[in-house]
Design a protein around this ligand. Structure first.
Ligand code: MN
Length: 484
């Protein structure tokens, strides 16, 4: 490029209007060098919303698009590209911090630069062949109505590139005992965390979180978003548990208030009641599925990512230390241990004996079939819940629970009852008279969880305590592999 006078002074008017040269370190266009319309730069811009600025030298300026998730890796994915103001050619060398309060405030890094060839250039479509260090290949920017989009028109850069799956189902464990000590070398052990299962998909610097049933719970936990930005320029699927820590231990009761809140309410709660994402598996990494890899290799890859932030961390695994992990779990009053076979692949959506959950606490998913009015302080809410489990096409009564509720939980549950009220009992088995007289019946829609000591001889819960609603479950999904 050689210096000459500004060939098109009008083109940079908007650029100049948006910036105060006294306040931003960004280049101010003066006399402009002109090149051969063959230089490009892609800047990773950590502004209020992360994006990548793709800039192409053209007629003395850098024609620019802001691409929120960056250029796609494979031809099938089409991404939004916001056409932004032309930038001066000097901008191709700019890296730095744009100060708070200025236009585009935040860190700007050069992600890639190099030369490019123009294959087509019209007012609606720009096709180019990029030759950078990070990115090589053909891309098309094209206009759809008022929007610009970008897609890759070449095959993926790496021939064996596997696209990041759009969805993923969690592998599930069976309940069981600690594997015998002489088999310990075949197993890795983890602590069992008391929270909600969450699969995390990271792409374009964004984290999306999905519940066990596949529901999008991204907006429930805004404090986990910075994990996406930390994994900028990577594509991956994570598996883990979202927990609310109290005195260093997961508290399911504390998580209750977070599970239903969205958006501004979630943002407010995330400030004084933040959750922690405990990550224990890696299912896809940068163009390669990890599902077929044995657990031990997936764990090595996961450890190599060094995920360790304020709000997320890698949950440790202890190969061959089953008894020690279970003993520590009991001492710390945690829920138990997980044993995972070291050479086992990840089986999405499958319940497999390759994963065993070992726990002393009996927990049961139950359906609320009715409630009994309360007295005294509980008069405004309720006294107890009548519980059932789906069995033989009906709802079998398993007992009532009257403890384990916070004031918030009592009020929240009571508010849900009105629209579920019905005249007849939903239970298909007998209920003791002292429970059924005066009871109010509900359509069997709400799924919750109780912990309890043991099953009685007549297949009822002994000493159950309420743990909370499971909005991530549906009565039809309840699976009972234990107890009764
Ligand atoms: Mn930008």
């Amino acid at each position: 490029m050689s210096a000459k006078t500004d060939p098109a002074p009008g083109k940079l008017a908007e650029y100049r209007r948006k910036r105060d040269p006294g306040r931003t370190p960004e280049p101010v266009a003066g006399a402009q060098p002109a090149g051969n319309d063959d230089t490009f730069v892609i800047q990773e811009h950590h502004a209020r919303h992360l994006h990548w600025d793709v800039r192409l030298e053209r007629d003395g300026v850098l024609v620019s698009w802001a691409v929120p998730k960056g250029l796609p890796h494979e031809p099938g994915s089409v991404r939004l590209a916001v056409h932004t103001e032309d930038h001066p050619l000097e901008y191709a060398g700019f890296e730095g911090e744009i100060p708070k309060g200025e236009y585009g405030a935040g860190q700007m890094l050069i992600w890639d630069r190099g030369s490019y060839e123009t294959l087509k250039w019209s007012s609606n479509e720009v096709e180019i062949d990029l030759r950078g260090k990070q990115v090589q290949g053909r891309y098309v920017f094209f206009r759809r109505g008022d929007e610009w989009l970008v897609r890759r028109s070449d095959p993926p850069q790496e021939p064996d590139w596997e696209p990041l799956p759009k969805s993923m189902a969690p592998m599930l464990a069976v309940k069981g005992d600690l594997p015998p000590a002489q088999q310990d070398d075949q197993w890795g052990y983890e602590f069992k965390w008391d929270g909600v299962r969450a699969l995390g998909r990271v792409d374009g610097g964004r984290l999306q979180l999905y519940s066990r049933r596949g529901g999008d719970i991204t907006r429930v936990y805004p404090e986990l978003q910075p994990l996406g930005e930390e994994l900028v320029n990577r594509q991956l699927w994570l598996d883990g548990e979202v927990v609310a820590l109290r005195d260093g231990k997961p508290s399911f009761a504390a998580l209750q208030s977070r599970m239903h809140a969205l958006d501004s309410q979630a943002t407010r709660l995330s400030r004084h009641d933040p959750v922690t994402y405990l990550i224990f598996d890696l299912l896809h990494l940068d163009g390669h599925s990890c599902l077929r890899l044995p657990y031990r290799e997936r764990r090595d890859l996961l450890d190599s990512l060094e995920l360790d932030g304020d709000r997320w961390r890698t949950s440790p695994t202890y190969p061959g230390q089953g008894a020690a992990v279970l003993a520590a779990s009991r001492e710390q009053q945690l829920e138990g241990a997980m044993a995972k076979r070291l050479d086992a692949p990840y089986r999405p959506g499958k319940r497999s004996g390759d994963w065993i959950k070992i726990t002393d606490v009996l927990a049961l998913e139950v359906v609320i079939g009715g409630w009994r009015p309360g007295e005294g302080r509980r008069a405004a809410t309720f006294g107890s819940l009548l519980l059932g489990v789906p069995e033989d096409g009906g709802l079998r009564y398993v007992g009532h629970v009257g403890t384990g509720f916070s004031e918030d939980v009592l009020r929240g549950l009571r508010a849900k009852f009105n629209r579920l009220e019905r005249k007849a009992s939903p239970f298909t088995t007998d209920i003791p008279r002292d429970r059924s007289v005066g009871a109010r019946w509900l359509s069997p829609k709400l799924v919750g969880e109780v912990v309890f000591r043991e099953w009685t001889a007549d297949r009822r819960l002994r000493a159950p305590a309420w743990r909370g609603l499971r909005p991530d479950r549906d009565p039809a999904d309840i699976h009972h592999e234990d107890g009764s």
